[in-house]
Structures are given as structure tokens and as C-alpha cells.
Design a protein around this ligand. Structure first.
Ligand code: TEU
Length: 553
């Protein structure tokens, strides 16, 4: 297995990465063309979001054939070439495995639909409705009923979109089918998988109503997440598929707690190697998720610090392991969420990079983050994302938000924000394509693009490059202990990362306001900073978003 604890992983959302085939859509050959770029940046592995055949209702997360590649992205031969060329360049490929559900266009589902006595019927959750209503009151993650009518009074379960039917993992044939798919790609040479929504594969037996006393649809949280068979089935995959290939598994789990992540990732449990946590990226959301705007997306720096502290200390103390990230394809750009896109775009982008690279856990970079890409100003006519289109309605029907306000709020948090094409240079369409791009390019590309930033020694790109080098040359950042200081400071996060060889001090002003701090007396040299030429002192005045990594002598 590759050394994931000493690696940096770059996430590619292929549709918007780089178009080589002149159709306005990113593709596999486009990724191949950019391997030297990724190598130059210094990353070790690439996680590629789904490339498989898909009707694209959820842009690849609705798979209609696991054994073929979406022709918009290329062919199986292209994928083989990518795997080999990446290997030659020393880059690992991590595929996305979406196995909680398939597209309703998948032949398993089509067979199940055609013929109730087909063996494929039991690949899914088909249930009779109750008095003209769905079989239970569960709410999908996209804000509508988790059941869709198949025919007559028969419904199927879909925790996500109605075209993403949940697979019934209780059926051993389903588990074997998934294991076969994994074997197929591992045999082709991929290093492992990011396993989509993996903690929802087991549902509460009998699929009972959630909160039957409350009216309306209910979010079925503990009925659908982290049920006991998840671990049983992961152990099965680990033993039968992952171990024989010495392969890597990263789990995406919805609403996971540190306790759960520890269970899934503790090496002695033989389940997953790493998980993502959502606490940080969902800061400011209400309890029903991203489209629950009742907190107006407000969060405090104290919350940011509390979450960092909790996950760092719990993972280190209990042998759990996480990947750290601040953006992905499901959320708005990290700079809009946690930084400042106007006055301090570069400085706050560097602050976030320093934060992400200073933590225990493998750092992830989401495409474009290394050049400080920000949310575009999307008009409703620019929206592409299913989640946005549907959750907007849910905001109105469940939360009672007037439609025009729901639309404004949706624009702030829609996944479309992070799905605009990567800005490669200042030429037309940001050099992403020479055709009409499938999605709008952020008009700020003239100033903010890869080419310009690679040539500027003070750029965000060069700061990321440096972060990767620093992480590589300071073992304490990868495996050292985490000890927080200034825990009560309202906006400054400060902590040591220590191992037997060295002690590093990280100081980060999370705020757009200046801040003052008092530190214990010590000597140190600044090895990474977004405000250089600052000395470590007992009394320090930090500028907005100022961040340092000091090596303590
Ligand atoms: O996402 C799972 C998911 O629901 C996340 O969107 C998470 O709950 C959310 O970010 C918290 O606000 C995965 C994929 O990443 C996503 O693109 C798919 O739409 C989804 O699964 C269904 O496959």
C-alpha cells in the first residue's frame, strides 16, 4: 500500500479539470496531459471522482455501468493509459466507488423493475406503500421523500436522488458484485478507493418510521448511518479484496463522529485506512444539512477551533485516521467559506493551506484550491446541480423559506460553486477548453490562473508547493502529537506538532480582524508564513489571516 500518511492527495472532478477532446467537457486524456503539472505541484496521489458510465443526474454518482467509462470522459483504454502513466510518474490513482446506490438506469435496476420475480429485485429495497403513501416517512439527503414510486403501490428506497436507488447490501449477491467491481479496477492497477457514503449501506431492520409522533418527513439519521453491518461488510471487503491487493480504502461517511471514525479506521479493525469528517465543512449549516439555512451559515472561530481540537486529539489518542480538506465537489469554495475573497484573497488562501498542511491526517487539495479559486456569481440559469435544484424546493416546503430567498441562499452554498472549470491560463475559457465549456468559467480567470501563479514566487500556488515540501521534510507534521495553546483566544488557533526530533509551533489568525497574542518565552525560526519577516516573540500582533509555522529551537 502507498504511504498514505506521508502523502498529499489531489482531488479531481473530471468534468471540469481539463478538456483534451474539444467538446467543452473535461476528460481522462485531459488528466493525462496534466500529470506533469500535478507532479510539479508535488502531490503523491490523485483521487478522481466517478468516471463510469452514468446518465449524469448526479454527475457520475449515479452509475449505470461500473465496467464502462462515461464516453464524455473517454474509454477504458484511456483509463489504462492514465493508470500506467501515473504510475510511471510516481502518482497513485484512487478511484471513486459509489456503492450505496446505483443509477436507476443500471441493468440490475432495470431488470428488477421489469420483473418482480427477477433475482435483481432483491438487489434493492422495494416495498409496498401504505395507504397511498410511501412505506415510511424517511427524508432523502436531497430534501424529498426517500421513496419513489416504481409501479402501482410499489416503491423503492433512494436516500439521494430518485434516480439513485439504494442497494440492498444484506443480499450477499450485491456484496459479491461490489467486490468484483473493486477487484476489476485493482487488477487494472489503481491503488484504492474513496468509498462514497459508505456508512449508509446498512439500514435499520424493518425500515420503521422515524419519529412517528412528529408530522411530515423525518431525517432518519441513526436509522441509516453507522448501523452495525457496515463494519461487518467492510471487514469482508477488507479481507477479500483490499488485503490481497494491499489496497487503500478511504471512507466518506455522512455525519460521522470521532468515535465512529476511530472504529472504522483503527488498523487492528481491518476496515478502512482513512475517513473524511464533515464537521468543519458543514460549519454554519443547520441540523438538516447544507440547505438548512436557519443559522444563516454563521459560525464562530471558537467552533472552528473546537472541531479542530476534537478531531486532532481524538484521532491521535485512539489510533484513528482522517483526511483533512477544506473544499470538495460537494461544497462551496473554501475561500468563500473560511477566508476572504475580496481584501485578503491570497493571504487567507495561504492561511487555509497552512492550516490544512499542519494537521494530523493526510492533506487533500481540491482542484483549483491551489490557485485560490472562488465561487463564481451564479445566476439561476447557470445552476447545473441536482442538489441545488431540488433542495431549493425543500427549503420552501420543509423550512417554509419564501422561494426567492431560498434561491439566493441556494446560490451561496450550491455545489456548482466548486464545479466551474479549472483556470489554467488567461486565454479564452481559462485554457480549460477551446470549445464552449459545459459550465461557466469564473470571469476572474484573467487574473487568477495556474500559469500566472506558477510564475509568481509569492503566489498561492507557490505557497502550496512549499507546504508540500515542508510537510515532506518535517515528520512531526505527519505523525507528531498535537497540543493546543491559547485555547481560549477568540480567533487565533495555535498548536504544537511534536515528535521526538522536533517541535513545531503553528499560529493562525482565523479572522479578518487583527489579533494580539501572548506566548510563552521561546526561540524559533519561521519556516512557512503568509506574512514573512515576522519574529517569534512573547507578544505578537497578527494581521488579518496571518499564519506561521515556526520551528522551535
Ligand atoms: O456525498 C455524500 C453526501 O451526502 C455529502 O454531500 C454530504 O452529506 C454533504 O456534503 C454534507 O453536507 C457523496 C458525493 O460526494 C456526492 O457528490 C453525491 O451526490 C452523493 O454522495 C451521492 O452519491
Amino acid at each position: 500500500m502507498f504511504d498514505y500518511k506521508h502523502s498529499v492527495i489531489y482531488q479531481i472532478w473530471p468534468r471540469s479539470f481539463f478538456d483534451s477532446s474539444h467538446d467543452g467537457i473535461g476528460d481522462i486524456q485531459g488528466i493525462i496531459r496534466k500529470l506533469p503539472y500535478l507532479k510539479k505541484l508535488g502531490v503523491d496521489a490523485i483521487w478522481i471522482c466517478p468516471l463510469y458510465q452514468s446518465p449524469n443526474d448526479d454527475y457520475g454518482y449515479d452509475i449505470s455501468d461500473y465496467y464502462s467509462i462515461n464516453p464524455e470522459y473517454g474509454t477504458m483504454a484511456d483509463l489504462t493509459e492514465l493508470i500506467h502513466k501515473a504510475k510511471d510518474a510516481g502518482l497513485q490513482i484512487i478511484m471513486d466507488l459509489v456503492a450505496n446506490h446505483t443509477s436507476t438506469k443500471h441493468k440490475w435496476f432495470q431488470e428488477a423493475l421489469k420483473d418482480p420475480s427477477s433475482p435483481y429485485r432483491d438487489y434493492y429495497y422495494f416495498r409496498e406503500g401504505r395507504n397511498g403513501q410511501p412505506p415510511n416517512n424517511w427524508l432523502s439527503f436531497f430534501g424529498t421523500s426517500a421513496w419513489t414510486k416504481a409501479e402501482g403501490n410499489m416503491y423503492y428506497l433512494n436516500l439521494y436522488a430518485e434516480t439513485q436507488a439504494d442497494l440492498n447490501w444484506n443480499n450477499p449477491a450485491v456484496r459479491i458484485a461490489i467486490q468484483n467491481i473493486m477487484n476489476f479496477y485493482l487488477d487494472m492497477g489503481v491503488s484504492g478507493f474513496r468509498m462514497d457514503t459508505i456508512n449508509t449501506i446498512d439500514k435499520k431492520e424493518g425500515l420503521p418510521d422515524k419519529n412517528p409522533d412528529k408530522e411530515g418527513l423525518q431525517f432518519a439519521d441513526d436509522y441509516i448511518t453507522d448501523r452495525e453491518n457496515v463494519r461487518v461488510w467492510l471487514k469482508e471487503i477488507n479481507e477479500k479484496v483490499l488485503q490481497p491487493h494491499d489496497a487503500f480504502a478511504l471512507g466518506e461517511g455522512i455525519m460521522v463522529t470521532p468515535e465512529k471514525v476511530i472504529e472504522y479506521t483503527k488498523p487492528s479493525h481491518h476496515e478502512l485506512n482513512m475517513m473524511f469528517q464533515f464537521d468543519l465543512i458543514t460549519l454554519g449549516y443547520g441540523e438538516l444539512g447544507k440547505y438548512d439555512c436557519r443559522r444563516l451559515y454563521h459560525y464562530s472561530h471558537a467552533d472552528f477551533k473546537r472541531i479542530t481540537r476534537l478531531w486532532q486529539t481524538q484521532m491521535l489518542k485512539n489510533d484513528g485516521y482522517i483526511g483533512n480538506y477544506l473544499s470538495n465537489h460537494d461544497h462551496q469554495r473554501s475561500l468563500n467559506h473560511f477566508g476572504d475573497v475580496h481584501l485578503y484573497r491570497s493571504r487567507s488562501a495561504k492561511m487555509l493551506a497552512l492550516y490544512n498542511f499542519a494537521l494530523y491526517g493526510t492533506p487533500f487539495i481540491y482542484q483549483g484550491e491551489e490557485i485560490a479559486m472562488v465561487n463564481p456569481h451564479l445566476k439561476e440559469s447557470d445552476w447545473k446541480d441536482y442538489e441545488c435544484l431540488h433542495s431549493c424546493q425543500a427549503m420552501t416546503s420543509i423550512l417554509g423559506i419564501p422561494p426567492f430567498i431560498a434561491k439566493i441562499l441556494s446560490s451561496l452554498v450550491t455545489r456548482d460553486n466548486s464545479r466551474t472549470p479549472v483556470q489554467w491560463n488567461a486565454s479564452a475559457n481559462a485554457g480549460f477548453t477551446d470549445a464552449k465549456p459545459w459550465m461557466m468559467v469564473n470571469p476572474d480567470y484573467q487574473k487568477w490562473n495556474v500559469e500566472q501563479q506558477m510564475n509568481d514566487p509569492e503566489s498561492v500556488w507557490n505557497f502550496y508547493h512549499r507546504c508540500i515540501e515542508i510537510r515532506r521534510s518535517h515528520e512531526a507534521l505527519c505523525t507528531g502529537d498535537f497540543q493546543e495553546i491559547l485555547a481560549d483566544h477568540p480567533s487565533v488557533l495555535a498548536f504544537y506538532r511534536t515528535d521526538e526530533k522536533e517541535k513545531l509551533l503553528i499560529i493562525i489568525n482565523l479572522s479578518k480582524m487583527p489579533a494580539s497574542i501572548h506566548l510563552p518565552a521561546m526561540q524559533g525560526s519561521d519556516i512557512l508564513s503568509n506574512c514573512p519577516s515576522v519574529k517569534l516573540k512573547e507578544h505578537m500582533h497578527l494581521k488579518p489571516y496571518e499564519a506561521h509555522l515556526f520551528l522551535i529551537h
